[in-house]
Design a protein around this ligand. Sequence first.
Ligand SMILES: Cc1ncc(COP(=O)(O)O)c(C=O)c1O
Length: 404
Amino acid sequence: MTKFDPNAWWQRDDLCYRDNQLSFAGRDVQQLAHQFGTPSFVYSASRLEANLKRIRQALDAAGLAGRSSIFYAMKANRFAPLLQFFKQTGLCGIDACSPNEVRHALSCGFSPSEISFTATSLSKKDFSELSQYKGMFMDCDSLHAIRSWGELNRNSEIGIRINPGVGIGRACNDKLHYSGCTTTKFGIYREQFEQALELAAEYGLTVRKIHFHTGCGYLNAELDQLDHVIGECMKFVDAAADVRRVNIGGGLGVAHLADDQALDFDRWSAVLNKHFAQRDLHIEVEPGDYICKDAGLLLLGKTFVEQKRDTLFVGVDAGFNIAPEPAYYGLPFQPVPLFIDDLPLSMMTVVGNINEALDVWYENALLPELDKHDYLALINAGAYSSSMASNHCMRGEFSEFLLL
Ligand SMILES: Cc1ncc(COP(=O)(O)O)c(C=O)c1O
């Protein structure tokens, strides 16, 4: 008879079973679920801070202390208390990608000069609103963007988001690649780069930054590719005389499966050191996933357990619409019980309450018999969950809590 593994792979000091009860950020998760109700997202402030500090230390270890910055990609999670907490840490600025995100970041305490803006497909109205924010740095991702920004902000400084034609992302997951084999809308390709520089010059714009974000979720197996991507991007840097800053985007991944290893920051730092140690450049990084994902749990209430043909289904009280990553990108959020007992394990498929075939949280999870369980928690639900939620089937309600 197989029992639940009390040392399951995802456990760490601040997320583990203590006396058989799931503990997160020093709290008993069962009590949190009782107190807060479900569905609820709970985020750990200390884990968020630890993740940010790990990136800071890795930048320092790359020889970039004093000439590197972190801009948190707020698209990953814009919960106001979380942004206010980041502001208090002083560890990062904000990467924003829409006028509303900028307004929200300002309302959470960030100033325009702490915001780096990289968007796609902006309208005239977007450009004119963004022009009000003096001190905010604009990375233009198309000829259209250079023209539109240049008309409103002659003789200023900009960044250019480039597309090196190569990309990086979690293994074998094409949906997470922003550049590579398929032509994408993101950034200016090499063959249009000269034209982009000329266009910038026409408006008196000085190109101070090269920006790229070529994919999401990379882990150790992809670090050689990171080396290659940065190498390709440096060709753009070398072709633009006034560049002083390079933004290498986000994309740092976290472990989702038992076989995933945590990102090796010694190797990550070595890649950055190789490309930037000898160059007089300020380096920016703008992660979202890495900072928030493993700092959040989604607490769900069990609604039923029922065998249908060869599958044992567990129903819960929220569907993929409040945390769409597993359905959209195939990134699993593993379900875990809030306490462990001696009951045998069965394969179960955890499903939500939405009338869509996509609405499967996790297939074939090994879980103990759930008769006595009122709740389940999904791990890795801290990023691209609530921020991407919709009100599909009018089931968009959830609560969020930052645990300090
Ligand atoms: C331009 C840009 N920067 C940063 C990010 C953050 O990426 P991640 O959350 O994978 O670190 C994204 C995400 O898509 C992005 O589009």
